[in-house]
Design a protein around this ligand. Sequence first.
Ligand SMILES: Cc1cc2nc3c(=O)[nH]c(=O)nc-3n(C[C@H](O)[C@H](O)[C@H](O)COP(=O)(O)OP(=O)(O)OC[C@H]3O[C@@H](n4cnc5c(N)ncnc54)[C@H](O)[C@@H]3O)c2cc1C
Ligand code: SF4
Length: 564
Amino acid sequence: MPLAPARKVYDVCIVGSGAGGGMAAHVLTQAGADVIVLEAGGMWDNMKDSAMLKMPYESDRRGASTKERPFGEFDACIGGWSIDGEPYTRAPDTKFDWWRARMLGGRTNHWGRISLRFGPDDFRGKSRDGLGEDWPISYEDVAPYYDRVDQLVGIFGSRENLPNHPDGFFQPAPKPRCYELMVQQASRKLNVTCIPARLSIITQPLNGRPPCHYCGQCNRGCAVNANFSSTNVLLLPALKTGKLTIVSDAMAREVTTDRAGLATGVSYIDKKTMKDEHVQARVVVLAASACESARLLLNSKSSRFPQGLANSSGVVGKYLTDTTGTDVAGFIPKMVDHVPHNEDGVGGGHVYMPWWLDNRKLDFPRGYHIEVWGGLGAPSYGFMGGIHRYPTGGGYGASLKNDYRRYYGATVGFSGRGEMIPNSDSYCEIDPDVVDRFGIPVLRFHWKWSDHEYNQVKHMQETFRALIAEMGGEVFSPMPTKEQGYGIASGGRIIHELGVTRMGKNPKTSAVNANCQAHDVKNLFVADGGPFVSQADKNPTWTILALAMRTGEFIADQKKKGAL
Ligand SMILES: Cc1cc2nc3c(=O)[nH]c(=O)nc-3n(C[C@H](O)[C@H](O)[C@H](O)COP(=O)(O)OP(=O)(O)OC[C@H]3O[C@@H](n4cnc5c(N)ncnc54)[C@H](O)[C@@H]3O)c2cc1C
Ligand code: SF4
């Protein structure tokens, strides 16, 4: 993609092309704005570049991971836990891992597509239990945008009328697979709610896109465009308006400002030439993912903004959260020697368990949901996690092959995904001593879980073990101890970092207002997970999309009124 024409002034410059950037570009180009997107990674088109139907035997690696594709060589996302020449650092004793995508569409090319709305209680946590902060907006403010995201992007699910798990405009959900039916039976016995999953995969035609054909390979990107990626569902139609310019391999360095303190554009490094470039725009929208956007703001220092841009409150980088997580898997003897059948389905679970308990009877606040996996997924490198874990498994020759056939599909696993309470020990800041290969100062992370999260994860472990026992199964791993943090995943590992440019009414305690507009710079907006005031027991991307749509429409409206 070309460099930005030097003297042109765009209506809007968006940094990042993932969930938030893609939605902002879609809304603003539909509204007639002249938009430029700066994307640090290369171009990508799932319809051409996806390895959706590639068989493991077509590669010598059999699908094993590579450095830039840690989730497997056929995975659609280029990026990972470490990127050559782009380090980040951790304070002593901090365990935090940061996943970054570097490609058009960001992490939406391979994400799990679990698409859950936050519920009314999720916007008012402090009012409920005194912890964290309330959002300056309520579910009712976001609901119309969730409705429109559902209809624009497409989602399947079932109407359940559960109190804090709002229903949406769902297409029909696929039927549970065999092992998922067994999980549902066990859940019913233990009074755990278990309902059809809610994923942004279409099961009926939508806006010219065909429905899913159930190949089960969503993480590789969908070559027929039946699942959601920013790349093919948002950016492609935005390009068709003729109003969108995408500059790939453009690593934004800082947001530039004028004497009046307004944003004038973004300076970036053209990664192909390593030259500094600048794009001018009347409005800047940061959607580089929560921590990258915070990094850009902290690096945009000037005499007028010595603490970085939009940071007179000092909260940029603060209140970093991730989802809590832990997993348990087990072997289910009842599923050995099953009748061979195809249960590929969509690329993700067909059922899940939304939070079902009352915290007043528990020793932790807030909740978690449970994601279910297992069964007969297409075999690949690392398949079944090692045959030696199964009774009599191992050896060689015919008996080994026979063991693989017998035990294939006889595994069930549960992953808990819960709400962390923001705390003052978990944040990111600029490391004063380290720069990346472009000379841009990098982030240093600080992280601490509190007992709220440890107790919640202990409860997850106990629940998953009870479910596997109810199915007559054997768990693969012993119960983790308190000293092992009950098996809690390190900060960042669930890849739901949020909150580092949080929204609020008070400019002294928040970076952006309820429209995701910087308190300090009226033509600067954040459209990723940065403005989140709290996590929820839901994955965040459906809310990132709804808020980015809301912010995009606010910008279009303000421009029409001449206020921007
Ligand atoms: C394996 C995996 C599974 C997931 N599953 C789910 C799920 O099931 N449900 C869910 O809700 N969420 C899930 N997520 C999280 C989801 O992917 C993110 O919440 C979502 O993509 C965030 O959108 P974003 O726009 O903030 O950032 P991203 O999608 O990460 O996009 C940011 C973009 O900005 C670009 N960028 C960064 N810095 C710069 C810079 N300085 N200059 C220019 N461009 C820059 C990046 O290259 C990237 O393309 C998952 C993530 C992963 C990795
Ligand atoms: S499972 Fe469906 S949505 Fe996913 S890649 Fe296959 S066809 Fe596409």
